[in-house]
Design a protein around this ligand. Structure first.
Ligand SMILES: [Zn+2]
Length: 820
């Protein structure tokens, strides 16, 4: 019905191209919409279409953590035409000509329980093969499922919960998902917050594939709540200021074309609301900063809708309806792009020809290990960089411990600083990721409002008005000494140092941690340096040197060999002041009431970043018996109110008193702070404003007023006490991303290791009232309780897995403090 109703998409069957391509129904044995298709059958179908159709080339571009393949189906008049379009798109980004075809990339099911998307992808792929005329001006790259692990979690769960017939009653059990739901990937990351950071294997594989293509149009297919009908572009404000007029224009044109189809069919939809284009890690913004028109399409339904669900208005929304809508917008997007292809190709080329406005060069300077970590992200993103020579430039300093970006002026750039020119194919993306602060046109946004990389990596940024000379030294490659030294020393200043420590501990190596700066063997080391002495590791016997060197090699960390334990300044290696740490047994609370993504940050860090065993414990089963052998218990963010019964609070308190270390994160801090017997206290909410002006507020301003009380995600400078073991490896500052206003008072009987002094963020938006409340509040603290302690981390140092500068602090909390 739909397809025959679209004149622009009139079906012109080409017998040669279409003959043998199986329909989804013929291949799967059921019509799309009758059930959800497990991912392996999706793979089978897409590969069968690739085998059958001369228009389709299928490639496996990666694999999920659970071993499912990631797929791309390229649909073009021929593989040679596709390859020419691909090469010419990449060349256009280098400023060489225009793409030969407009490349449209369709991404489905990044949120696993928004499961209509992949069903629609199969239908869309089939339809494209049936009409080669559609492909005269475009090449379509179709990724049927960005999150196979999450999708299968949802699909297999739904199949278990449903009966023989679907039940449309919204209260029926099949419309609920058990924790953690299917939205997230294996590590419980939201893959639609990961495009800019690439913390997850799915994202990293996809970025590599995307950068080989650089499409001109990108659509990310989603689902929203059951009661919201359908959303497509144009997007809501705020638009990031680096989005070009053409990008606004084309998404409006495509939106109007979608609207025409929906009008004709009588389907409800909305535009310009809710889904903004600001935070750069989404499947619409990230492609936008890479030259594409990036759009999100949202069908009503998501993980609640199942095969059929009754809406509040009394209609029944079926999976078949949802498929039809996503197929319609997908094909309309292809058709509209094809109609305007000449302009799309020209504008795509033009996007890369002008250097972005603002700073000409971005510089990051500081610890070489941190710069190395930053460089790895730039490599992943395809952003070119160099290393500076010593020089002075004009520009703005930010990060590096400043409360706010400095006034423009002359800035010293040190040899070895990382240099990124804005005038390069990835220049706009680089500018978005580096600039001190994006101008937010509207304060009501969906997500974080600041993310500049110098804050993320704990280095100083410089936004320079002119070029910065490169040719200086790159961070030195790690060298591993030979022989049989008295001890090995490694620095403690960058996230990768935590990988080395975790690996040494996992291998059973005992590690000493030096609490003060010291000088030995002609070199100086900062607080928290790791010392591995032969003494104390006798059980490793002859393997000692090989094990230590292998750990350094695997983690790329430089080791220094010392022939003597004598320090020319600071404590000798055998001093009682030098602590000794051995492998702690770590557990992490999981399942209800823990926030899935918060658990994901912690789990992924242990499992995939530092590769250290941590047992995930089902929170409801935690008892004194399960904690007997646990040294460190992590409570990620969660809603612990009813979980923390008085019995359980007593149990935790006794475990801590007996020597346990509890690491409470985000809302877990507030929950612990409400218990008796702990020093932390949540600051009371301010008194209600009872003035007449407040009472007579207009209803229409309710959203704005909400904004004045909120921090959607802003960067704050944290003043650190670098003499405390929790802050070893840091200067007297770091930055965190603050996402909620739940200020904790300073501890009166503990260590206030990291605090926010000014309520004004270093970057990003914070409402006026929020600023007042956050002034002088605790971010990181330690309270001794009996023989153990509580570590308070009021904001997550592991935010979304990309906040690199927090990782060392988290490692201190888990491993480093063992020694004291
Ligand atoms: Zn979604």
């Amino acid at each position: 019905m739909l397809r025959s109703a679209l004149p622009a998409l009139a079906v012109l069957l080409s017998a040669a191209a279409a003959a043998q391509v199986p329909t989804p129904e013929a291949f799967l044995g059921y019509a799309l919409g009758e059930r959800f298709t497990p991912h392996h059958r999706v793979v089978d179908y897409v590969e069968a279409v690739g085998d059958a159709s001369p228009l389709v080339t299928v490639e496996r571009y990666g694999e999920t953590p659970e071993g499912r393949p990631l797929l791309l189906a390229v649909v073009a008049e021929s593989p040679a035409v596709a390859e020419a379009a691909r090469q010419s798109s990449v060349a256009a980004a280098r400023g060489e000509g225009e793409p030969t075809k407009a490349v449209v990339w369709l991404s489905y099911n990044v949120h696993g329980d928004e499961a209509v998307s992949t069903e629609a992808a199969m239908q869309t792929l089939y339809d494209l093969t049936q009409d080669p005329a559609r492909l005269a001006d475009v090449v379509v790259v179709l990724d049927p499922c960005l999150n196979p692990d999450g999708r299968d979690r949802y699909v297999s769960g739904y199949r278990q919960r449903r009966g023989a017939l679907p039940n449309a009653d919204p209260d029926a059990r099949e419309h609920d998902q058990p924790w953690p739901g299917g939205r997230f990937n294996h590590y419980l990351f939201d893959l639609n917050r990961d495009w800019a950071w690439g913390t997850q294997p799915e994202t990293r594989a996809r970025l590599a594939a995307y950068n080989r293509w650089l499409p001109a149009v990108h659509v990310d297919f989603h689902e929203q709540g059951v009661e919201s009908p359908y959303y497509f572009a144009p997007a809501a404000e705020p638009f990031h200021p680096r989005i070009t007029p053409w990008q606004r224009e084309l998404q409006t044109r495509i939106g109007r074309a979608n609207a025409e189809v929906f009008d004709r069919e009588g389907w409800l939809y909305f535009t310009k609301e809710e889904f903004d284009l600001f935070y750069p890690a989404y499947g619409d913004t990230w492609p936008t900063f890479n030259g594409a028109i990036g759009m999100t399409y949202e069908q009503g339904g998501s993980g609640r809708a199942g095969l059929a669900i009754r809406t509040a208005e009394g209609d029944t929304l079926t999976l078949r309806d949802r498929i039809d809508h996503h197929v319609a917008t997908g094909l309309t997007t292809v058709a509209t792009t094809a109609r305007d292809a000449a302009e799309v190709r020209r504008q795509f080329a033009a996007y890369f020809q002008a250097a972005p406005a603002g700073a000409q060069t971005y510089v990051a300077q500081g610890d070489p290990g941190r710069l190395g970590a930053l460089a790895a992200l730039l490599d992943l993103q395809g952003i070119a960089y160099g290393w500076a020579t010593d020089q002075t430039v004009s520009g703005v300093r930010y990060g590096g411990g400043l409360d706010r970006p400095a006034e423009a002026g002359r800035v010293a750039v040190q040899a070895g600083a990382l240099v990124v020119a804005a005038d390069q194919p990835k220049g706009r993306l680089a500018a978005v990721l580096f600039e001190p602060e994006a101008v937010l046109g509207d304060s009501v946004t969906y997500d974080a409002t600041a993310w500049a990389l110098p804050y993320v990596y704990g280095v100083e940024g410089v936004a320079a008005t002119g070029p910065v000379a490169t040719g200086g030294p790159a961070p030195p490659a790690a060298t591993v000494p030979s022989g049989r030294p008295y001890a090995y020393v490694a620095g403690w200043s960058s996230p990768a140092d935590a990988q080395l420590l975790a690996r040494l501990l996992r291998e059973g190596v005992g590690v000493r941690i030096v609490p003060e700066p010291f000088e030995a063997g002609g070199r100086t080391f900062g607080r928290g340096a790791l010392v591995v002495t032969r003494a104390g590791n006798a059980r490793l016997g002859d393997r000692f040197d090989a094990v230590v060197r292998a750990a350094a090699q695997a983690t790329g960390r430089p080791l220094t060999a010392l022939a003597s334990g004598f320090a020319t300044s600071g404590p000798d290696l055998g001093s009682n002041r030098v602590g000794f740490v051995r492998r702690p047994s770590v557990a992490v609370l999981a399942d209800t009431p823990v926030s899935p993504t918060a658990l994901g940050e912690v789990w992924h860090w242990f499992d995939a970043v530092v590769e250290y065993p941590a047992a995930l414990l089902t929170a409801d089963d935690v008892s004194a018996a399960t904690l007997v052998d646990v040294d460190v218990l992590v409570m990620p963010d969660g809603s612990y109110g009813s979980w923390l019964s008085s019995d359980r609070a007593d149990m935790l308190r006794s475990w801590i008193r007996a020597g346990g270390r509890l690491i409470a994160m985000e809302r877990a801090v507030s929950s612990i702070a409400r218990l008796d017997g702990f020093d932390a206290a949540v600051r009371d909410a301010p008194e209600a404003d009872t003035t007449a002006a407040a009472a007579l507020r207009p209803y229409a301003e309710r959203e704005r007023r909400g904004a004045s009380e909120s921090v959607p995600g802003a960067v704050y400078r944290v003043a650190l006490d670098p003499t405390h073991p929790l802050a070893f490896g840091y200067p007297d500052w770091t930055y965190i991303l603050k996402r909620r206003v739940a200020p904790v008072d300073f501890l009166t009987d503990g260590w206030n290791v990291g605090v926010v002094r000014s309520g004004v963020p270093a970057a990003g938006f914070a409402g006026v009232q929020a600023r007042e409340r956050l002034e002088d509040s605790l971010v990181f603290g330690v309270e001794d309780v009996g023989r153990g302690e509580v570590v308070y981390l009021a904001d997550s140092p592991l935010f979304r897995g990309f906040w690199a500068d927090g990782q060392l602090l988290f490692a201190n909390a888990v491993f480093g403090m063992e020694a004291w």
